[in-house]
Design a protein around this ligand. Structure first.
Ligand code: ZN
Length: 148
């Protein structure tokens, strides 16, 4: 079946609209469904995956993403963030004799972190960041139109 990948701009607009309407969505799957519904109003062939959606929401700061975790028995390791694929950095603690103790890792971009035992994300909540402030450009255009 033919399908189209929405551009970053188109996807960003849909994410913004859905977040504004819903305020808070406690599931990544539901979030993706809602954005897809919005996209399909423009083009029924649009497709988008949950990971792309989550990464875009995080990287472009479109939504506040809250992560629920499950702790595994495996030790945590340095590497790419499982939430947004950005690099992670080590978390340390200083002991009394100034020796550094490794505590875990945190993402350099998003809220993900893990202790010495690897934490795995199990659920995401997407919610709106702050209040709705209309973009300045839009206000300007409206003003122009009003006084023309
Ligand atoms: Zn991350």
């Amino acid at each position: 079946m033919a399908y189209r990948i929405p551009s970053a701009k188109v996807l960003e607009d849909s994410i913004r609209r859905v977040i504004r309407e819903q305020q808070s969505i406690p599931s990544q799957r539901r979030f993706t469904e809602l954005v897809l519904e919005d996209l399909k109003r423009k083009n029924p062939d649009y497709k988008v995956g949950e990971v792309r959606m989550r990464k875009m929401a995080l990287h472009r700061n479109l939504a506040k993403v809250t992560i629920l975790y499950r702790e595994t028995k495996e030790p945590s390791r340095k590497g790419r963030c499982p939430v947004c694929t950005s690099p992670t950095e080590e978390l340390h603690n200083l002991t009394l004799d100034d020796r550094r103790v490794e505590l875990g890792f945190k993402c350099t971009k998003c809220p993900y972190w893990t202790g010495p035992r690897k934490r795995v994300p199990v659920r995401y909540t997407f919610s709106m960041i702050g209040a709705i402030v209309p973009p300045a450009k839009k206000r300007g255009r409206y003003a122009q139109w009003k006084f023309a």
